[in-house]
Design a protein around this ligand. Sequence first.
Ligand code: ADP
Ligand code: MG
Length: 253
Amino acid sequence: MTTPVSQGSVSQGSVSLTGKDLHLSFGANKVLRGVNVNVDAGKTTTVIGPSGSGKSTLLRVLNRLHEPDQGDVLIDGRSVLKDNPDKLRQRIGMVFQHFNLFPHKTVADNVALGPQKLLGLSKDAARALALEQLETVGLSAKADSRPGNLSGGQQQRVAIARALAMKPEIMFFDEATSALDPELVKGVLALMADLAQTGMSMIVVTHEMGFARSVSDTVLFMDHGQVIETGPPAALFDSPETERLQQFLSQVL
Ligand code: ADP
Ligand code: MG
């Protein structure tokens, strides 16, 4: 049995986040049907489930790229549904499957751009911060390269550095390793595990069951817009209660 590595520390500024009874439909398609999700400050909640179950939509409702039809989103216990959505999104670092780095900018400029434009840092201060973040993801040596000259795994680590440079209070990962060649997945997962260990609050959508089991404090299994089971990883993986989760695990493990 692996012990969750994120036990204990809470990094400075990490927050708790709760989604309460979230509903969202696109036309007749009920994509979220009363989803409850929680991540405590400094902890990691992993969301697993089949394709189309509403995982990405859940993240987009939590950061208000979509407004829920019903339900609430709370940070440190306070509803943020009335807050300015742009400001809210600055507090949440997002890492997607497709990293979308600017190809014609250097790696350092990609990381420095947000802090300069959105946090108002000077060019020099933003570059210093970018170099610092690149160091934490092990890519200082690539600061002045173009993203196209990096491997997919390195580009994803730059995307993580870019998100961290904005000093987020919580990080969302949406299938961050799904587009990577298999040999590059490990390095990115290791970086995510390190981040969890520093006490960053994280919500991670992933198909990497090894990561879900070893790094998460809480796992949430979604199907058809509902949370079917949730709990500590050992409980879900070793003794799934529902047939749907048993079936899902038999397909992915
Ligand atoms: P997952 O990330 O679990 O694969 P998604 O959240 O991407 O699932 O999608 C869940 C459902 O919501 C799917 O049926 C998808 O077609 C639908 N959906 C997602 N985004 C939109 C959108 N912007 N407009 C209409 N339907 C959408
Ligand atoms: Mg998705």
